[in-house]
Design a protein around this ligand. Structure first.
Ligand code: PLP
Length: 371
C-alpha cells in the first residue's frame, strides 16, 4: 500500500530499529573498510569496498523507502546523472535536456556525450511537450527547473515519451521525494543531488539514482561498480543522518517560502517573484496538481545587479552562496554564472530559521537596498 508523506516520514525513523538485536547500537555504525572477512566461496557476502558497503546499504534502504523504489548512492548529483547516461546510452542515441535546467548536465553532454556519438537537443521546461519526443532514446526533465522555476507536466511528458519509445529521467533535486514523486507520475528514473536539502547541512556532496525497472538498476549498479564512481562511507553516513530530519526541515522550509513569497511580491523593491505556490505564477495550476509542496526556492527580481548584490550582501540572515537546500537561508544572483535570467534575479533558498525572524531580516535588507 502506498504511504502518504507523513507515514513515509514516520516509518523512515524506524527502518533500522526494526531489525536490531539486543545490544546493537541504535545509531548507524560507520563502516570504513575496503576488505571483508572472506574465506572460501565469496558468493553472497560482502567482498570489496568498491562493490558494496554496509553504510551504503543503510542509506540506500532509506532512499529506497523515500522513493518507493530501489536506489543507489553516488558521490555527487552529477555522478548519479552521468551514471544514468553512461550506463544506458550508446552511440547513435539522442537525448533531450531542459534548456533552463541545471547547467552542468548540458555541459557534460556537450563535452563528453557528443564525442561518443550521442546527440542532444534542449527545450525550455515551460514548453517541454511542444514538438513531441520522436527520435529520442532518453528524455530528461527537471521540474521546477533550476533556477527559472518553470515546470512541466511529468505525467504528460512520460506518456508522450513512452509512446515515442524513450526512457524518462527526472532530476528531482529541487523538490526531494517529499515534495514531488516523479516515479509515481510515470518517470522511469529519478536522479537527485542529495548535496542539497536531503543532506541539508552544506557539508557533503552526494547523489542517488532510483528506478522501479530492474534492468535499469542492474545496468546502473554495474556501471558504478566497474567505473568506480562510488560514494565514501563517511559521506553516506552523514546523508543517512541528514535524511532523518529531512521531513521536518523540508516542511519548515516550504511553509516559510509560502509565507514570504507573497510578502516579497508585495514589497515595492521587488519587480517580480517566481514561486510555484503563488496563485498568479505561470506554474501554479500544474504545481498544485503534480507537486506535494511548492518547494523552498523563490526567484525574485530586483531593480538591478547592484540592488540585488546589496540585498544579498546586507541581509543578516542570508548566506551569500551558490547551491541551495541548507538549514540556513542562502541566495545568489544567478546571472553571475551566465544563466539566462535578469541581472537583478536572485535565487533565494529558504532555510530553517523561524519564519518571522527571517522575514524581518529580509524586509529590512530590501528596504535598505532600495534607499
Ligand atoms: C546541484 C544540482 C545537481 C548536481 O549535484 P552535485 O551534487 O553538485 O553534483 C544536479 N541537478 C540539480 C537540479 C542541482 O541543483
Amino acid at each position: 500500500m502506498p504511504h502518504g508523506p507523513d507515514e513515509r516520514a514516520a516509518r523512515l525513523a524506524h527502518l533500522r530499529g526494526q531489525r536490531l538485536k539486543k545490544g546493537d547500537p541504535v545509531a548507524l555504525p560507520l563502516t570504513m573498510s575496503t576488505m571483508f572477512h572472506l574465506p572460501g566461496d565469496p558468493a553472497g557476502f560482502k567482498q570489496y569496498g568498491r562493490f558494496s558497503n554496509p553504510t551504503w546499504d543503510a542509506l540506500e534502504e532509506m532512499l529506497s523507502h523515500l522513493e518507493d523504489a530501489p536506489a543507489l548512492g553516488f558521490p555527487s548529483g552529477m555522478a548519479a546523472s552521468s551514471a544514468v547516461f553512461y550506463a544506458l546510452l550508446k552511440t547513435g542515441d539522442r537525448i533531450l535536456l531542459p534548456s533552463d535546467g541545471y547547467y552542468t548536465t548540458r555541459v557534460l553532454s556537450d563535452r563528453f556525450l557528443t564525442r561518443m556519438g550521442i546527440g542532444f537537443d534542449t527545450r525550455p521546461t515551460a514548453t517541454f511537450l511542444d514538438g513531441g519526443f520522436d527520435g529520442y532514446r532518453m528524455v530528461f526533465v527537471e521540474t521546477p527547473a533550476n533556477p527559472s522555476l518553470d515546470i512541466c507536466d511529468i505525467a504528460a511528458v512520460a506518456r508522450a515519451a513512452h509512446e515515442a519509445g524513450a526512457i524518462v529521467v527526472a532530476d528531482n533535486t529541487t523538490m526531494t521525494p517529499y515534495g514531488q514523486r516523479p516515479l509515481d507520475l510515470g518517470a522511469d528514473i529519478v536522479v537527485a543531488a542529495d548535496t542539497k536539502a536531503p543532506n541539508g547541512h552544506s557539508d557533503v556532496l552526494f547523489g542517488h539514482v532510483a528506478s522501479r525497472d530492474t534492468e535499469i538498476m542492474a545496468a546502473v549498479a554495474d556501471w558504478r561498480k566497474l567505473a568506480g564512481g562510488i560514494p565514501g562511507p563517511f559521506e553516506a553516513w552523514l546523508v543517512h543522518r541528514g535524511l532523518e530530519t529531512l521531513h521536518v526541515r523540508f516542511e519548515r522550509m516550504c511553509d516559510t517560502a509560502e509565507t514570504i513569497a507573497p510578502r516579497l511580491a508585495a514589497h515595492e523593491a521587488v519587480k517580480s517573484v517566481r514561486y510555484p505556490g503563488l496563485p498568479g505564477d505561470p506554474s501554479h495550476n500544474l504545481a498544485r496538481a503534480q507537486m506535494q509542496r511548492f518547494g523552498f526556492l523563490v526567484g525574485l527580481t530586483l531593480a538591478s545587479k547592484e540592488t540585488a548584490e546589496r540585498f544579498i550582501g546586507e541581509c543578516e540572515l542570508i548566506q551569500p552562496a551558490t547551491s541551495f537546500g541548507g538549514v540556513h537561508t542562502s541566495a545568489e544572483r544567478r546571472a553571475r554564472w551566465g544563466d539566462a535570467v535578469d541581472d537583478g534575479f536572485v535565487r533565494l533558498s529558504v532555510g530553517c530559521e523561524p519564519t518571522e525572524a527571517l522575514w524581518a531580516a529580509i524586509e529590512q535588507a530590501l528596504d535598505r537596498a532600495t534607499t
